[in-house]
Design a protein around this ligand. Structure first.
Ligand SMILES: NC(=O)c1ccc[n+]([C@@H]2O[C@H](COP(=O)([O-])OP(=O)(O)OC[C@H]3O[C@@H](n4cnc5c(N)ncnc54)[C@H](O)[C@@H]3O)[C@@H](O)[C@H]2O)c1
Length: 336
């Protein structure tokens, strides 16, 4: 394959970013875009080329080598099914769904198809992540503290639980994904929501959620999400190990140990480019650096949904298969 011909499903904010990044690569051509709002597809095609298609079937008929699925959480499912059926590799934006059933169904189809997949957890490509992992290699994590403290994003679906899955699933999933990388699998979650939606029309999500996490390797921690501010206040995580404190965000890693404190900057835009580069290279057969294939994203999705479920029901949720795509202990949830 000389050039990777890409189709985009969804033409909103994140699709525009992928279109910009992908068309900046010499070996990628944007061939088709579809969106339930046809004007959005036309506008994107007008900027970056390709053909505006009426639906996913028409997009697949253009014969893309890969498809990006950039729809809101509630809209996942049908596009993935069609793309898998057509045997085309796919990049899916996070979160992979608003519910667990859709994500499990698609993960199963992906596993049977053997198709290349990638999910947009671009934080995995932050250059400082390797350094954090190396520092933690010989000392167990004791305490984890993750947070995403922000405003309500300006998209109508975001503040509706059935549309977005809520702030933990929709946004803090980036932090939960890195927590899994650095501290291992969570086995138990007890979460609380404040029961007060943000002051946005139709909102039914908690404006604040906080969760206590127990990890398989003995660490404990917390995850907090808030959308009560008018600005992005903080998104990232802190980790304490014996004699070591790490603070990681998209902007870099702050390390404090017996020798003092130092900051290693990171470039979030470079990570956003790297996630696309890795997927395209994998599709072209010239690289193998996809860090979050669909099955791995499913594990993060289970954790995010466990936090959301616990906050909603008031029950502790156990994740019963640490390290593997885990199974929610529905008995615990159902008891609520
Ligand atoms: N990885 C990241 O850094 C990152 C950044 C931004 C957004 N996202 C994720 O990307 C997803 C989309 O976010 P966004 O900001 O682009 O939202 P958006 O609302 O700006 O765009 C979504 C687009 O999808 C279209 N759409 C909805 N249902 C569709 C369907 N069934 N078929 C085709 N098109 C459909 C909408 O018309 C809209 O144009 C969200 O899940 C969000 O979390 C990820």
């Amino acid at each position: 394959m000389r050039v990777c011909r890409v189709g985009l499903v969804g033409a909103g904010g994140v699709a525009q970013r992928h279109a910009r990044v992908l068309t900046g690569f010499d070996d990628v051509e944007l061939v088709a875009v579809t969106d339930v709002t046809p004007d959005a597809a036309s506008a994107l095609v007008g900027q970056h080329g390709g053909r505006a298609c009426a639906d996913v079937a028409e997009l697949l008929a253009t014969g893309p080598d890969a498809v990006y699925i950039c729809v809101p959480p509630f809209a996942h499912g049908p596009a993935e099914e069609a793309v898998i059926e057509a045997g085309v590799p796919m990049f899916v934006e996070k979160p992979v769904s608003a519910d667990l059933g859709t994500a499990e169904r698609i993960a199963d189809l992906v596993a049977r198809s053997g198709l290349r997949t990638a999910v947009g957890h671009h934080w995995r490509y932050l250059t400082v992540l390797d350094e954090a992992r190396a520092l933690l290699a010989d000392r167990p994590v004791r305490l984890v503290s993750g947070a995403w403290l922000d405003k309500v994003p300006p998209v109508a679906w975001w503040s509706r639980r059935d549309r977005s899955g809520g702030p933990v699933v929709e946004q803090a999933a980036h932090v939960l994904d890195l927590i899994r990388v650095l501290a291992g699998e969570v086995t138990e979650v007890t979460a609380y929501g404040n029961g007060t939606p943000p002051p946005v029309d139709g909102a039914d999500i908690d404006s604040v959620t906080t969760a206590a996490l127990r990890f398989a390797d003995g660490a404990v921690g917390t995850l907090s999400a808030a959308c009560v501010l008018g600005w992005k206040h903080r998104a990232g995580l802190e980790i304490l190990a014996d004699g070591l404190a790490l603070a990681l965000s998209e902007d870099g890693l702050t390390i404090r140990d017996a020798d003092g404190e130092r900051h290693v900057p990171a470039d979030p835009d470079a990570a956003r480019v790297a996630v696309d580069r890795a997927f395209v290279d994998a599709v072209r057969g010239i690289g193998d650096d996809v860090r979050v294939p669909y099955a791995e994203a499913l594990a993060t999705q289970r954790l995010a949904l466990a936090v959301a479920d616990s906050a909603r029901t008031g029950a502790t949720v156990r994740l019963t298969t640490p390290g593997l795509p885990a199974v929610l202990d529905t008995g615990v949830t159902a008891d609520a």
